[in-house]
Design a protein around this ligand. Structure first.
Ligand code: FAD
Length: 627
């Protein structure tokens, strides 16, 4: 164990107290986000203690796609190749079927997404800065967590404490006091820590202890999820191999089926009206109903039901990402929740973990001031708002597909002219609304605006959810480009900041910047790139300063004055705060009024959007894994 253990003097029945060393970060929750945060901290040499109430990692099939941006972040940590080995084989396509059910002769339409091998080929062919460096990867969350826990177990900087439940949190001078129950011994003790990060999921004790309101609301339906094993592939693959099947009914989306490992593990989601009692539906019937759609139950041979639960898809965001004292922060589902369409939940949490990880490390390791932690909310909360609303837009595409059919869903599978016409219109509709897993503006095109991003006075390029624009506009992700030797520019970045200079023989001011970095004690890798005219054109400026997370902090063509170099390094490292900006985070709220959302998400979430949850977290028909 880290730290020292001393008896408490403050409670009637003395409890053990453990004071963590100043440089150790306490993490509540050993789900994907808590484990990733511990991994990022360790990458930067910082110790952590992770409290996880469960004895093992999750059995629930939640996330099934690690997106391109998360894969890039895992590549930075040196883990992308290992992660990929846990997932679906790279040669398989990622096919998404839209169907009226497996009873139909064929699917209505298909999204033919690229599998990893073909995605890589596309990346190699398009060296224009618009591509991710890593393709996505299908991988079930249960497998992901188990794999990442193994990595954390072997890391001497990470102290994993499974079977330890955080009960409550209070902010004390210079830190936090946490009450923990050790579920093995059924004893309580306290931990004092300078920093606590709540990665404890949707019902976050940390968030509720700090009375941070959660704004948002659930969909007006709930889902019966059955996760099962079956080798009945002839029947399951009646419409060909698939990653997802979306089954349409008269009311819109009726159910989905997810192929988790392309071997024998599948999950069905059956959407139910709030009034229907899911207990009256057996797991087998739920699977048959979900697969069969409008054609009636479609029986298959189920070898084993692994888990079953209801769950209530929810779009919500914490009003603040930190406690008042600046010692407690929220990440992952504790901070934001979304509908699974788009696959943004865990992926956003991975990016949260990376952000918090490098910023905490900068604070603990002394190359920044604690005020840099305020930029976590400034950067991540607006990003989350856009993503969670977008998850609703994607869901609405399925929910409203039936509107095209004018009540004639039964004709969709008919071998008639009318059937052809309906199928064509649905096909065109899905082609025009295919951003569910391809909206790269959302996944990697988000741009940060915060106290540690230095604007350069240029006009911001247009941002759209569907497109990643290759730009070094301050705050954006620095584009991936292959250099002349075949390496990606991203792989040339250092672990901390990177100062890129596209050399053209003239002195552009890099010496002044490096001198300023030394004076501010900011770790920087200087990356001189000569004759890289292609990358230079994409990077737009002679000098580009990239942060540890790969986002551009500052750019210019020249720096002539020492004072300017000192100003830039002071700002990007959080040593100084911009004069025009307050240190307070700018509050951004959910668009609660559906009439103002335009094509946003909230048109179909229920009226709970008007009510915030603070001390409790309750959703009608929520499932076991949401509590
Ligand atoms: C059906 C479904 C499909 C999904 N698909 C995707 C997808 O394709 N892509 C994607 O990115 N996301 C997806 N998600 C969302 C994703 O599962 C979540 O966003 C992700 O699990 C959030 O991770 P987390 O670590 O923040 O929270 P959690 O996964 O909830 O982990 C929190 C951890 O904290 C622990 N904990 C809670 N309270 C305490 C306490 N008091 N003390 C100690 N430990 C505690 C819990 O036991 C848990 O292990 C999906 C979700 C669902 C339901």
């Amino acid at each position: 164990m880290n730290g020292h253990t001393t008896p408490s003097t403050s409670s009637a029945i003395p409890e053990e107290v453990e004071i963590l060393p100043q440089g150790t970060v306490l993490i509540a929750g050993g789900g994907p986000v808590g484990l990733t945060l511990a991994t990022v901290l360790a990458f930067y040499g910082v110790r952590s203690v992770v409290l996880e109430r469960n004895a093992t990692t999750t059995r629930w099939p939640k996330m099934d796609l690690t997106n391109v941006r998360s894969m890039e972040l895992f590549r930075k940590l040196g883990l992308a190749d290992e992660l990929r080995k846990q997932g679906v084989p790279t040669h398989l396509p990622y096919r998404v079927l839209m169907s009226t059910g497996l009873g139909a002769p064929k699917p209505v339409t298909v999204w033919e997404h690229l599998g990893v091998d073909r995605y890589r080929a596309k990346i190699a062919e398009n060296n224009d800065g618009t591509m991710p460096l890593e393709p996505w990867q299908r991988l079930s969350q249960a497998v992901f967590e188990k794999w990442l826990k193994g990595i954390c177990d072997r890391n001497p900087l990470i102290d994993l404490r499974f079977g330890c439940k955080l009960e409550e949190v209070s902010e004390v001078q210079d830190g936090v006091r946490v009450t923990v129950t050790d579920l093995h011994s059924d004893t309580r003790h306290q931990i004092l820590s300078k920093y606590l990060i709540g990665c404890d999921g949707g019902s976050s004790r940390v968030r509720r202890s700090l009375e941070i309101p959660l704004d948002g609301g659930p969909m007006p339906v709930y889902v019966l999820l059955v996760h099962f094993k079956s080798r009945d592939l002839t029947r399951l693959h009646k419409h060909g191999r698939f990653w997802h099947i979306f089954v349409l009914g008269p009311e819109g989306l009726a159910s989905t089926c997810i192929a988790q490992n392309e071997k024998d593990v599948f999950t069905t989601h059956l959407l139910l009206p709030i009034g229907e009692d899911s207990d009256k539906i057996t797991s087998e019937d739920a699977v048959y109903r979900a697969l069969g759609g409008i054609h009636g139950p479609y029986p298959i041979k189920i070898d084993e039901v692994l888990v079953r639960s209801t769950y209530r898809p929810n779009i919500a965001i914490a009003r603040r990402y930190s406690g008042a004292s600046g010692h407690v922060y929220l990440a992952g589902d504790a901070a934001h929740q979304n509908i699974p369409t788009g696959g943004y939940g865990m992926n956003m949490g991975i990016a949260d973990a990376f952000e918090l990880g490098w910023k905490l490390a900068a604070t603990v390791n002394g190359y920044s001031e604690p005020s840099i932690l305020q930029t976590y909310e400034q950067e991540r909360r607006p990003t989350a708002l856009v993503s969670i609303e977008r998850s609703g837009v994607h869901m609405r595409v399925h929910m409203e597909a039936n509107k095209l059919l004018g009540g004639r869903i039964g004709e969709l599978d008919a071998n008639t002219e009318a059937g052809d016409k309906l199928r064509r219109s649905l096909h065109d509709y899905y082609e025009a609304n295919d951003g569910e897993n391809t909206d790269h503006g959302i996944e990697m095109g988000y741009r940060y605006k915060s106290n540690i991003i230095v604007p350069d006075g240029t006009k911001e390029p247009l941002w759209q959810p569907g497109d990643y624009v290759a730009t070094t506009f301050p705050g954006s992700r620095a584009p991936h480009v292959f250099l002349r030797d075949g390496r990606s520019i991203i792989d040339s970045f250092g672990p901390y900041y990177t100062l890129i200079e596209f050399q053209d023989g003239s002195e552009r001011g890099s010496t002044l910047l490096l001198d300023a970095a030394w004076k501010h004690r900011v770790p920087v890798k200087y990356l001189p790139l000569a004759e890289e005219t292609h990358a230079h054109a994409i990077y737009e400026c002679h000098l580009v300063l990239v942060r540890p997370d790969g986002h551009v902090a500052w750019r210019a063509d020249t720096v002539n004055e020492q004072t300017e170099a000192m100003r830039v390094l002071g700002l990007i490292s959080g040593r100084t705060v911009p004069e025009s900006e307050s240190q307070e985070s700018k509050e951004v709220h959910l668009t609660m009024d559906p009439s103002k959302v335009g094509d946003g998400a909230f048109a179909f979430t229920s009226t709970l959007t008007t009510e915030s949850q603070t001390a409790k977290f309750e959703l009608d028909k929520m499932g076991e894994f949401q509590t």
